[in-house]
Design a protein around this ligand. Structure first.
Ligand SMILES: N[C@@H](CCC(=O)N[C@@H](CS)C(=O)NCC(=O)O)C(=O)O
Length: 282
């Protein structure tokens, strides 16, 4: 075990602003807006404000899957919220998500428009609205919601825990890396055992639980989030890799991953199916 520092917590915690940290410009111990900024509104019924992180991609995957099966009401404008620049603290965004995290969606088919925040809430509301990718009743629905909520409870250990200490913290500390690597390998084993006998998490039908879990754990084993494929020996979870690869290669999933991704492999904003078609032709 590496040496720990001799840090003794003070009686009352104080915010020591760390200007060096990768997240210095966005980490703060209070909520609420930092500046006035209205959100843009496009022409479609659904307005998404997001970024192509695993939490953001879940929603664009679902929207692209809905469009792929002909649900025209799922047409959407996707606006970029650059969390590195602090866009999540603009007054308009805080109005639709007081928690200042992407993704957030506004459904303009209701009067007044309905705001939805938290990725799983957005997925469930959309799947129910379009009666697709969620079983509407019975044990199948219970199983789907169980895995959907499992993802929301588990992924902070992967991103905020393992990913933070393995990839982003200013130094490599053995204690937190061990603690979170152990938990992530346990979670990967949970999924691998479950997928040994099933095509998808809930059986034969692909649904929002697969999309949500894929966006974190599937991307981890296929593309290697945090450059950790070797460290976590992700290839040893063969059932998980088989399931993740199948989802990764779905056309709608490929499209969804590119939305709100300001880079050569993606588009910063999406206002029309043609925006993604043009990118695929490049
Ligand atoms: N439980 C939330 C988590 C959302 C979340 O953590 N979003 C991150 C990006 S992946 C974010 O917006 N971070 C900005 C910040 O923390 O200021 C969900 O599933 O929607």
């Amino acid at each position: 075990m590496t040496d720990s520092t001799s840090y003794v917590p003070p009686k009352v915690w104080e915010w020591a602003e760390d200007k060096e940290s990768k997240f210095a410009s966005i980490n703060r111990p209070v909520a609420g807006p930092t500046h006035d900024k209205e959100l843009p509104v496009g022409k479609h019924p659904l307005q998404l404000y997001s970024l192509a992180t695993p939490n953001g991609v879940k929603v664009t995957m679902l929207l692209e899957e809905l469009l792929a099966i002909g649900k025209e009401g799922a047409e959407y404008d996707a606006w970029l919220i650059n969390i590195g620049e602090g866009d999540q603290f603009g007054s308009g965004f805080v109005d639709i998500n007081p928690n200042s995290k992407i993704p957030a969606l506004v459904d303009h088919t209701t009067t007044p428009p309905t705001r939805i925040f938290e990725s799983a809430a957005i997925m469930l509301c959309l799947a129910e609205k379009f009666e697709a990718f969620v079983p509407m009743q019975g044990p199948e629905r219970a199983e789907c919601l169980s895995w959907l909520f499992w993802q929301i409870g588990s992924a902070p250990y992967l991103g905020g825990g393992f990913g933070h200490f393995y990839a982003y913290a200013p130094e490599k500390w053995e204690y937190p890396i061990n603690r979170y690597a152990m938990e992530i390998k346990r979670q990967l084993d949970v999924l691998d055992r479950e997928l040994a006998s099933k095509q998808f998490l809930c059986g034969d039908e692909y649904n929002i639980a697969d999309m949500a879990v894929y966006s974190w754990y599937g991307q981890l084993v296929v593309t290697g989030l945090y450059d950790s494929k070797e460290f976590l020996e992700v290839d040893s979870y063969t059932n998980l890799v088989r399931w993740a690869t199948e989802i990764h290669n779905r056309p709608a999933v490929r499209r969804g991953r590119k939305v709100n991704r300001p880079s050569e492999s993606g588009i910063a904003e999406r206002h029309d199916a043609g925006d993604l078609d043009a990118l695929e032709k490049k």
